[in-house]
Design a protein around this ligand. Sequence first.
Ligand code: ATP
Length: 247
Amino acid sequence: PAREPILSVNNIEVVYDDVILVLRGVSLDVPEGEVVTLLGPNGAGKTTTLKAISGLLRTENGEVTRGEVRFMGENIANMAPEQIVRKGIFQVMEGRRIVEDMTVVENLRLGAYTRKDGGAAVKRDLEMVLDYFPRLRERTGLAGYLSGGEQQMLAIGRAMMARPKLILLDEPSMGLAPLLVKEVFGIIRKLNKELGMTTLLVEQNAKMALGAASFGYIMESGKIVMDGEQQDLLDNEDVKEFYLGGG
Ligand code: ATP
């Protein structure tokens, strides 16, 4: 059989405020070196699934009440988010959340704050990230002046600076013009191909997401309702009708 996936979410239930059941038994696998996408409509529970993995659920009074989040063989469900970051999982939140009154480079350096390897390695990675995002290299002012697409790129670049083993991307296409969506997804593909960046990608833009991912899960009302290889999902009639805009 294949190697154990780096991340394996097993039948998790998630509850907010002790009573609101939002995930009703969600399971998914992310093999090392792959881009896996989690698709589904608004409110399906995609963001909640990412937060259950990154531990950020705890900051919203949410809890994994059943099941396991196995990362590199260890159950990390309900661990503190700082601890999970140190294990190598980095979440890029929806809405980007860069620091607007810092420069691009300062924001990128922030991403490296958990690293123990020294300044030289961080500097090398800074150059590498700026090579992947040439638009960012040109922007020397404060990050608050960047366009939406550039802020999204900065958020992804900042995550890369942490050298994560797994990156969780929440709707990178949100609020971006079509051309920028293409550019951002092109970079996600490139990061995966060239650096082997393992990514769990939450998206409402199924077409773009399935262009970058090798495997996909579809979630509705707190459950996975379908999964499959990229091409099988792209060819599936229901997926075409409900998620790919009829072709
Ligand atoms: P979106 O694309 O809108 O982010 P989603 O699929 O990511 O949708 P979630 O944000 O995970 O969905 O939300 C799933 C459900 O959980 C929704 O019904 C939402 O109202 C509820 N929910 C989310 N966050 C909380 C919270 N902090 N407290 C209570 N309920 C919440």
